[in-house]
Design a protein around this ligand. Structure first.
Ligand SMILES: [Zn+2]
Length: 386
């Protein structure tokens, strides 16, 4: 799901771990008394996703710890309509006019706070580890366990920031405005951009002002600042600004160079000039399977290799096999595609791109005619499996 509201925390099972509550549990009026008792419940999340499963007037979908229900009196028809009706069609953003017309100021403000496109932007923008994107996503949705957020959820903790002991600890404070964080930003290529009202606003400014490289670095610095804060809270250890910046830069470098290694170069036979072309990632939600076959005519054998990677270029699975048979190159390639298809079918990836480097097989598969020979037969089978 592209837009999901993460209320889950990694801290689970053990005693003393605090988990964010499921909205329903938090917001059903009859549960109010039980909030304190139920505060340590299994982490869960509510997903707005496309907004098709959540009903405007029926579900507690607003980001408010007191009451997640709409408080505006609504016509029955609107009440039972899914939330996606409040979004601009196909754009995953709120229809500002519709929201303003329909709801009272309290509801309106809460709805417009829900950042529908953040996750997608993060996915498109950032080339950083998933755990770092996840931290930013939780920070942008204001669900990090800062003392401010814990107190909003009626958990008894001192309000002061454990790093500076001078201000209340909100998400924007600990990650950006706290003295230590501020020093990190000032010393980094990202810079300190002045006070903003929320982390989401800060993130938006960074995305719009900084280069792609600096956005990646900013994400890593946030990750390290948060880790530093946790080290202070749990182990009472303090770090230094240069350590944060060095380790953020190092981690980013390691991550990105590992990902570059995962991409391999190949020879594009369909091109008249034989040159190296880079493996390209599929779009989000797709996986790509590269298939290659090799003919070992002296042994009357065909070797076959398939590699599946996701939109992040991350290796998912691979298959390697040998078959007896005297094939021509083009038959071997087609045979490879057939084997890959039946293998992929069992793996049940929802959307798969198959990439091959044999122009003849590509043409045969995409042009709608078949030839009455062995090659044509394999192609037919491929079409049947696809
Ligand atoms: Zn502070």
């Amino acid at each position: 799901m592209m837009n999901s509201f993460w209320w889950g925390s990694k801290r689970s099972g053990g005693s003393g771990g605090i988990n964010w509550m499921k909205w329903e549990r938090l917001c059903k009026p009859k549960d109010f008394g039980g909030i304190a008792k139920d505060i340590v419940v299994k982490g869960s999340r509510i997903q707005i996703g496309s907004g098709q499963q959540v009903l405007i007037g029926n579900d507690p979908w607003l980001p408010n710890s007191e009451c997640g229900f709409i408080t505006t009196e609504l016509h029955e028809e609107i009440k039972m309509a899914p939330v996606c009706n409040l979004m601009v069609p196909d754009q995953r953003r709120w229809d500002y006019d519709a929201v303003t017309d329909l709801f009272n100021p309290r509801d309106r403000d809460l709805i417009l706070q829900i950042p529908l496109s953040t996750r997608r932007d993060l996915d498109l923008w950032l080339d950083v580890p998933g755990k770092v994107k996840n931290l930013l996503w939780r920070a942008a949705n204001n669900v990090l366990p800062t003392t401010d957020n814990l107190r909003n959820r009626k958990i008894q903790v001192l309000p002061l920031c454990s790093v500076c002991n001078a201000y209340n600890e909100s998400v924007i404070h600990i990650l950006v405005d706290c003295g230590f964080a501020k020093s990190c930003w000032i010393a980094s290529p990202v810079g300190y951009i002045g006070q903003t009202s929320s982390f989401l606003e800060w993130l938006g400014l960074i995305f719009s002002r900084c280069s792609k490289e600096d956005c990646d670095l900013a994400a890593m610095i946030c990750w390290k600042i948060w880790a530093h804060r946790n080290d202070k809270v749990w182990n009472n250890r303090s770090g230094r600004v240069y350590q944060i910046l060095n380790s953020a830069g190092h981690l980013l470098y390691q991550w990105q160079s590992l990902r570059k290694q995962a991409m391999f170069t190949d020879v594009d036979e369909s091109s008249s000039v034989h040159g190296a072309v880079c493996w390209k990632r599929p779009h989000v939600g797709w996986v790509k399977c590269n298939v290659d076959a090799a003919v070992f005519s002296s042994q009357a054998m065909v070797g076959l290799g398939c590699v599946v990677r996701n939109s992040e270029g991350i290796f998912l699975t691979a298959k390697c096999d040998r078959f007896l048979g005297s094939f021509g190159a083009r038959e071997a390639e087609a045979f490879g595609v057939r084997e890959a298809l039946s293998w992929l079918k069992k793996l049940q990836f929802p959307r798969v791109i198959i990439e091959i480097d044999c122009l003849q097989v590509f043409k045969a598969l995409t042009e709608n005619h078949s030839s009455p020979n062995g090659f044509g037969l394999i192609i037919e089978e491929c079409r049947f499996l696809a």
